[in-house]
Design a protein around this ligand. Sequence first.
Ligand SMILES: NC(=O)c1ccc[n+]([C@@H]2O[C@H](COP(=O)([O-])OP(=O)(O)OC[C@H]3O[C@@H](n4cnc5c(N)ncnc54)[C@H](O)[C@@H]3O)[C@@H](O)[C@H]2O)c1
Length: 342
Amino acid sequence: MNDLSANKILVTGGAGYIGTHTCVELIEAGHEVIVFDNLCNSKAEALLGVERITGVRPELVVADLRDLPALIETFEKHEPDAVIHFAGLKAVGESVNHPLRYFQNNVAGSINLFEAMRKANVKKLVFSSSCTVYGSPKTLPIDENAPVGNTSNPYGHTKYMIEQILRELHQCNPDWNISILRYFNPVGAHASGEIGEDPHGVPENLMPYVCQVAVGKHDRVRVWGNDYDTPDGTGVRDYLHVSDLATGHLSALNKLDSNPGLMFHNLGTGNGYSVLDVIEAFRSASGQDINYEIMPRRPGDIAAVWADTSLAEKELGWKAERGLEEMCRDAWSWQKNHLNGF
Ligand SMILES: NC(=O)c1ccc[n+]([C@@H]2O[C@H](COP(=O)([O-])OP(=O)(O)OC[C@H]3O[C@@H](n4cnc5c(N)ncnc54)[C@H](O)[C@@H]3O)[C@@H](O)[C@H]2O)c1
């Protein structure tokens, strides 16, 4: 799968959760990695974890996407062959309270990145989008032709807007090669336990919250609604192991080399698990009691989302390999050894 020739890859947001896991896979496949990150939601120490796993510490440029001269200088200095663009703010709730911050950081920041790429003549890009661009799906599983744009919050809208910008960019400049990956729900940690998710403050997402309950940081998981039209009434999502997600980026880079153009792919497992399924799987993987309380539904939440992954399998030759048990086991082995993150 990972057979592209060695390249130099600029990884924006490479010190973050998915970024560090992708750095590991890139380095293990023989690539050189330059991380561009302002560390607003991550720590430089995360790259020491990458080094402990791979023996290589990626060079870190601490700078902001909103700083165009810093981006231009980075491209001039490092001359990357391709970019994987993770950098962005991702907290849905925060985006509702601070929409302009999200448009400025994610959308304006991405435009700066594309401008710096244009100037440097770098035209190969993998972009982190999200299943949130599908909004509330009419049919399940969701395939890549489902309508997009009916997003319920500013964060989701930034992903949709960046997708639209990239569509136009490609239409006007067909020599750009762009892979848009729509992630479902990445969870877990590298099997070594050296890197994992390190949320600032109280996590918004289920798995890191469950992890924190397991180590006693919170007394219970609040389950937002048990009256959805799902098998046990709680929300259903397509959780995928972050290391599987990371290898999806290598497959996308390969595909851009062998079959240039603009492409969109879902990255998920194709399986839906409920909140209670996750709590039970985590309880069994960790041996810890996980208390929970049923709360009213949370506005904006949808009942169930899972991916049709057949296009990624067919076109990228990529398929998630790890199941829920492994996701919980690896999340737990990271969490119990890193009570306070990095
Ligand atoms: N984690 C998920 O559930 C999920 C799901 C779908 C899509 N995504 C997308 O994947 C990408 C990576 O997510 P993650 O979970 O690793 O998040 P993360 O917060 O751990 O990583 C993002 C990184 O980007 C950096 N960053 C943010 N704004 C920046 C800026 N202006 N300039 C430079 N660096 C900046 C942060 O410091 C952080 O290290 C994001 O774009 C996110 O929206 C994540």
